[in-house]
Design a protein around this ligand. Structure first.
Ligand SMILES: Cc1ncc(C[n+]2csc(CCOP(=O)(O)OP(=O)(O)O)c2C)c(N)n1
Ligand SMILES: [Mg+2]
Length: 224
């Protein structure tokens, strides 16, 4: 969050027209970084969109156990940031909200907070077994509201989307992802020195020793 606020503010200081968008979960709004980033972006009128994907769970912690605020969008009030709350499973609603926020940022109107309300319809991660804490019937119910399926149905009803087009889009997307994976895997390993660069204007003296130690360890492990 603070990186996004800093990046957006930096772009503004440089007179560049770029804006930034940062995506985070409901649980992230309970962390210090959210508050620092939101306050900083508000004060500096940074061209930033804060997009919260409120899926109502931070692993096993429901949103009601994370905050007494009535909505997460309410949190923006304290930072003087305009906020919108939208149906996060409605592609067009999210698009509209993001569009409005981007226009504001580009017109030097500062940041916007968007709370996209959804419901997590899968485990948090492969190591998570949500049966211990979630109502599976509710999950099934919410799955019917899942954004891709809903938008797919909408476009089909309009006659815009057909099976053949879906197949084409999927094949194209697979191709793009496979190419990106191949490209990423072909990248040479980064220099370990990067870990130490750009963190301090005046690096502490210990860094030199630490970097040498890191290089020594990587070398014994046979890594570059
Ligand atoms: C400071 C910190 N504490 C705990 C964790 C472990 N952790 C990883 S993801 C997660 C939940 C995140 O929930 P949310 O922000 O709602 O995002 P979601 O995964 O639901 O999109 C937690 C607690 C972490 N990564 N960092
Ligand atoms: Mg969440």
């Amino acid at each position: 969050m603070s990186h996004a606020a800093g990046l957006a503010w930096g772009k503004k200081l440089k007179g560049e027209s770029a804006i930034a968008i940062v995506f985070f979960g409901d649980g992230a709004t309970s962390e210090g970084s959210f508050h620092e980033g939101a306050n900083f972006a508000g004060v500096m009128r940074a061209p930033l969109i804060l997009l919260c994907n409120n899926n109502q769970w931070a692993i096993s912690t429901p949103v009601a156990e994370q905050t007494r605020a009535e909505t997460l969008a309410d949190k923006a009030i304290g930072y003087g940031i305009p906020a919108l709350r939208v149906d996060g499973a409605d592609v067009l609603a999210v698009y509209e909200a993001a569009h409005e926020a981007a226009e504001r940022a580009r017109a030097d109107g500062g940041p916007t907070f968007i709370e996209a309300v959804t419901y997590r319809s899968a485990p948090h991660a492969t190591a998570d077994d949500p049966r211990a804490y979630i109502d599976l019937e509710r999950v099934e119910e919410e799955r019917r509201n899942e954004c891709l399926g809903r938008y797919d149905g909408y476009l089909r009803r309009l006659g815009v989307l057909t099976d053949a087009l879906v197949e084409n889009v999927k094949a194209e997307a697979l191709d793009v992802v496979r190419q990106a994976i191949a490209q990423a895997e072909a990248e040479p390993a980064p220099d370990p020195g990067l870990v130490f660069e750009h963190a301090y204007a005046n690096p502490p003296a210990s860094f030199e020793h630490d970097l040498a130690e890191l290089r020594r360890v990587l070398e014994t492990e046979g890594r570059p």
